[in-house]
Design a binder for this molecule. Sequence first.
Ligand SMILES: Cc1ncc(COP(=O)(O)O)c(C=O)c1O
Length: 400
Amino acid sequence: MRPLSRRTSELGTENAFVVLGEVNALVAEGKDVLSFCIGQPDFVTPDNIRDAAIKSIQDGKTGYTPSPGIPELREAVAQELGRLRGIELAAKDVVVAAGAKPFIAYTIQTVTDYGEGHEVIFPNPGFPIYESQIRCNGAVPVPLYLKEARSFAFDPEDLESKITDKTRLLILNTPQNPTGGILTREDLAAIAAILRRHPQVWVYADEIYSRLVHDGAFASIVNEEGMLERTVIADGVSKTWAMTGWRIGYAVNETLAPHFTRWVTNTESCAGHPNQYAALEAITGPQDAPNEMARVFHERRDLIVGLLNEIPGFTCLSPGGAFYVWPNVSEACKMIGCADSEELRKRILHEAGVAVLADIHFGPRVPGEGQHIRLSYAASNDDIVRGVERIRDFIVKNKK
Ligand SMILES: Cc1ncc(COP(=O)(O)O)c(C=O)c1O
């Protein structure tokens, strides 16, 4: 056998895509499955954005662009991200890439060295690509546990206890995937106070769901004193404008932007040229469609939380943002004799025809926090009602 690298063996994956394969196979066999697996809006990209992309192609915008992106888009991103956070950002500090996802790897590669024991603190449960990229880049993953009792924020004291001289990066994600939890202004102030005592730590603020906050206003770590310089703000068009397939994301940081640009030159060359014009229209064009999508997600959040709490053995907090719910199913597992949430997930898929993800798809289960599943409510009201009803009927039928 010809050997493969350690880096490759450490590379993880996003289990949503694996489960989606399982779901698609069942659907191909003719099974009726309602899916709440995938984290993408169930809307088509608004017309004005699609038209802008078509026009850009007709205008011949089909070549390479500068690696950090077309100047108009970098300027629009600086304005938009600055507006939402109430700060000034400069276009020169913005880099555009094929989604927000690549910046997770670019940041880890830029601030840690392979095999040096450099530690990266990241939320658990969390977006699985964080741990995958930390490991494959030879850094040390340090999970920071999210607590149900704190509405899925972490305890700042836990953060302080995890920072060492080897810590190079703290990953924050608000609103959060998979719990839908948000970090409040008070949480962020407490985090910033700790970080001020540890000047060697960079921050990766994954704010891809920043325009999907259901309760109150969005709060960012960059609003805390001294945090902007050390923070990579990562965002993109995928979730806000229903543009997951266009692959446009961006990151902002004055010091790291030139390095991100070199990473883009070394990997993607540049993000898709017409797609950048689509993103420009998304950000600078009329905002009725994204505002309406956010309103619909808010309404669905209330619908699904109410319905899930009616299922025996389920308790579901009302999440502050994104389009995910993270019900606690510990009691339901006991009631029907499932060893854990993963067994419950499989039974719900095969016996009730509903696809969800289990907590273990987002990192090891948090000690003492019980069993959870994730449902993405990027689905119609009708599917939400039918899907949750199927789960409830399944639990009631199998209750011992
Ligand atoms: C927390 C988080 N960060 C980043 C991404 C990636 O977004 P993009 O489509 O911009 O690469 C996702 C997508 O699911 C996400 O949930």
